[in-house]
Design a protein around this ligand. Structure first.
Ligand SMILES: C=CC1=C(C)c2cc3[nH]c(cc4nc(cc5[nH]c(cc1n2)c(C)c5CCC(=O)O)C(CCC(=O)O)=C4C)c(C)c3C=C
Ligand SMILES: [Fe+2]
Ligand SMILES: [Fe+2]
Length: 358
């Protein structure tokens, strides 16, 4: 079927194993960790480390966790991804064709782009589903898109979204889920936990994300606008303001560390332990680097950090539900598509969402 004149919308997320079997988890880990933007070390070292050490040892452990997480419809990350794509399609209407692509495993970005090409689509809006920009996530997804469409005979008109860390509807969608919890229970403290990154990856960017000149935990401005850490702190500040949480009542932390190199601090596991030891009893945790519940939220934050908190004397640890397919999240994506496609402009106090046009 031809869709000439329509705009393609490609939503990209990280990807997840095709099944929770050890073989599929190993395949996923290999593809993921062999990405030079994820494991940014020389090829031979990466190959040896991933294929001989990390994938074989981690796959059986991760497979067990995926088995705990798996639903009859599949991995939550993919199930929510398809739901969101379908709802965004309904919201945008017949002038758009919305598809989901995964950076690793399936549905792969090259396969989905081939479908767009086959359908005669020559204008594409690409939204990597990461609120904060990191080379390992957004950068990697956009690189793969560029590599694929760079070979098309008719190179498409390409519009990309680099981040949406302060988009009003993104913030409100998280705030709305948080408010639901806050209405039911009183908490002593709030933790905003983000996926971590090796520290060295932050500083590779220093000529555009100048961490040395800016205090990334305190301010977000033109000096550090591309720094992942600065973006995470900015999302936290804005969410806290929106929810009326005072600076002393929340902590920002970074989770999911892999390997021995230093990652962005503070580590969530340390913060959890310190809060419990300090006598904090009731914590509400947000995970605003994830737009859908997945292994890193449901299991790592929702169960493992709760167990750690309880082990050290904490009593209540609750995770705020992610955006999943909430109506405000669909509205946020709708606005991002229109802004990136050049049919609308969203301005907040600090940011203008027009998308980048290549
Ligand atoms: C939200 C943004 C993410 C960043 C930044 C990120 C960086 C990053 N991740 C790893 C290693 C692993 N991540 C894994 C799973 C995973 N990570 C994200 C998001 C970010 N990763 C998502 C959405 C998921 C998928 C979860 C799912 O439900 O399928 C995994 C696999 C799971 C496991 O074995 O723990 C690994 C490994 C690195 C090394 C890295 C930065 C360099
Ligand atoms: Fe990750
Ligand atoms: Fe920084």
């Amino acid at each position: 079927m031809y869709n000439l004149g329509k705009t393609g919308v490609l939503l990209i997320n990280q990807g997840t194993p095709d099944s929770p079997a050890v073989t599929d988890v190993r395949k996923y880990l290999r593809e993921f960790l062999m990405d030079a933007r994820v494991m940014d070390i020389p090829y031979l070292n990466r190959w040896l480390l991933v294929n001989l050490i990390i994938a074989p040892t981690r796959a059986p452990k991760s497979a067990k966790v995926y088995q705990e997480l798996w639903t009859p419809q599949g991995s939550p990350l993919k199930v929510y991804g398809y739901e969101v794509a379908q709802q965004l399609q309904e919201s945008l209407g017949h002038k758009y064709v919305v598809k989901l692509g995964m950076r690793y495993q399936s549905p792969s970005i090259p396969d989905v782009l081939a479908e767009f090409k086959q359908q005669g689509i020559t204008k594409l809006v690409v939204i990597p589903l990461y609120p904060q920009y990191a080379s390992a996530t957004t950068g990697s997804a956009l690189q793969q898109v560029a590599e694929v469409v760079g070979n098309w005979q008719v190179a498409p008109e390409l519009h990309t979204v680099q981040n949406f860390l302060s988009h009003p509807k993104f913030l409100e969608a998280f705030a709305e889920n948080g408010r639901r919890q806050l209405a039911q229970e009183e908490y002593d403290h709030v933790v905003f936990t983000y996926h971590g990154l090796p520290e060295r990856q932050l500083h590779k960017n220093d000529h555009v994300a100048n961490c040395h000149a800016a205090n990334c935990t305190q301010a977000y401005n033109s000096l550090n606008q591309h720094c992942y850490r600065a973006q995470c702190y900015e999302t936290s500040r804005l969410l806290a303001e929106q929810l009326g949480i005072a600076p002393a009542d929340y902590t920002v932390a970074f989770q999911s560390r892999l390997g021995n190199a230093p990652w962005i601090k503070p580590y969530t596991e340390d913060v959890v332990e310190q809060l419990a030891k300090r006598g904090v009893k009731k914590v509400l945790a947000f995970a605003p680097s994830f737009i859908a519940d997945c292994l890193e939220t449901t299991v790592e934050v929702g169960r493992e950090y709760r167990e750690l908190f309880e082990e050290h004397g904490g009593e209540t640890w609750h995770l705020v539900e992610s955006l999943n397919s909430s109506p405000l999240w669909i509205e946020c994506l709708h606005d991002l598509v229109l802004a990136a496609a050049g049919t609308a402009k969203i301005e907040t106090e600090k940011h203008t969402y027009l998308g980048l046009t290549a």
